[in-house]
Design a protein around this ligand. Structure first.
Ligand SMILES: [Ca+2]
Length: 367
């Protein structure tokens, strides 16, 4: 793969990103990416519609994500497929409506025994089969008790992170149950989860050889954690404890610190792509999996609803700061796998197997 050096500014201009959605195929075609671009798909967790400064947040700044949204492509009407984690992730990775998932229509709990059916085809499998290096770094939440549900069985060469729905940002556990993994092995290490995931993502990028890669960077931020007693807690970096003196609500202040780490992580990933000479042929995408927890620091003004609701606050992943351009474009998470369909946007060497799997209509006959 050709490695061109570029400036950070030029790279941002060429990146497709936003607090919302994706038009991979259009960007890949019109902006001159190669036939087999690297893909960095960054998924935030419970990040609200108005929790980036470029989307209306006015009590803290998110400069790295603002740069992507402002100078890349900002999708103002990107709807995810579900207002909670598991079905949204199912749709993102399979391109199918959650009701086709054989039970993954609500968020999985640690005791749940179901998960992503190995018979499903994910975007990672398609890319892996066409020669991409693939990694899932961060939150999985598509089944954790049966090895069949592991990312290894869904097209990922590497896995680093946690399999459940949340972990303590320092103890790496769901309440008292450790959930931190390197590939198939339990891992014990110290560090703040968002920073650890960023570091792993950067190392994966730095280890890139001549083959293209697909990196699913699935941050847990700014989803809450649970303390050893199971109580909900918000956890910014300890070093950022005094970073937002102007925010009086303690939950919102901690939430802002969590988003700060997320924003800085995205910036580090961008810089690593530039430093490695990979920026010119890498698509960077940023999406939130669902709306915010209003009780735990998130915001989605002026939308109605929030996480768990099918009002726009639960499923609209972003909008313009002043709202004037809402309605300009509608993208759905099903849009993501569509880059793989045959036609002028087809990526070289990637089979059209996806067609057998996708469902354009809720009344279609998808698998
Ligand atoms: Ca979520």
């Amino acid at each position: 793969m050709e490695r061109n050096h570029t400036t950070r500014r030029a790279f941002i201009r060429r990146s497709a990103a936003g607090a919302a959605g994706v038009a991979l195929s259009a960007c890949a075609t019109r902006r001159g990416y190669g036939d087999r671009p690297n893909i960095v798909l960054i998924f935030a967790d419970d990040l609200g519609y108005a929790d980036l400064s470029c989307f209306g947040c006015d009590d803290y700044l998110t400069p790295h994500l603002d740069a992507l949204a402002g100078q890349g492509v900002k999708f103002t009407d990107f709807y995810v497929a579900a207002p909670v984690c598991t079905p949204s992730r199912y749709a993102l990775l399979t391109g199918k409506q959650p009701f086709r998932s054989n039970g993954l229509t609500t968020a999985l709990m640690p005791s749940d025994t179901n998960g992503l059916d190995p018979a499903e085809t994910t975007i990672a499998e398609v890319l892996q089969a066409s020669g991409y290096r693939t990694a899932c770094i961060g939150k999985w939440h598509l089944g954790q008790l049966d090895p069949d549900y592991h990312p290894f069985n869904h097209g990922f060469d590497r896995f680093y992170g946690f399999q459940g729905g949340l972990v303590d940002y320092y103890r790496h556990a769901y309440a008292t149950e450790p959930d931190w993994w390197q590939d198939g092995d339990r891992l014990t290490e110290e560090g703040y989860v968002t920073d650890l995931l960023t570091g792993a993502a950067c190392r994966f990028i730095q280890s890139s050889g001549d083959e293209p890669f697909f990196l699913f960077l699935s941050y847990s931020a700014p989803h809450y954690a649970r303390d050893p007693e199971g109580k909900i807690i918000l956890q910014g970096r300890e070093a950022d404890a005094g970073a937002f003196p102007g925010i009086t609500d303690p939950k919102r202040r901690e939430y802002a610190a969590m988003v700060k780490a997320l924003d800085e992580g995205v910036g580090q990933v961008q810089q690593t792509l530039i430093d490695c000479g990979l920026a010119e042929n890498t698509l960077v995408l940023f999406i939130s999996d669902n709306g915010p927890e209003l009780e735990w620091g998130g915001t989605c003004h002026p939308l109605r609803g929030a996480k768990r609701f099918l009002y726009e606050g639960g499923i609209l992943a972003g909008a313009d700061r002043d709202g004037r351009d809402r309605g300009s474009t509608l993208f759905h998470s099903r849009s993501l796998p569509f880059l793989l369909r045959p036609g002028r946007n087809r990526l070289r060497g990637i089979t059209p197997r996806w067609r057998e799997h996708r469902s354009d209509s809720p009344r279609g006959s998808g698998a």
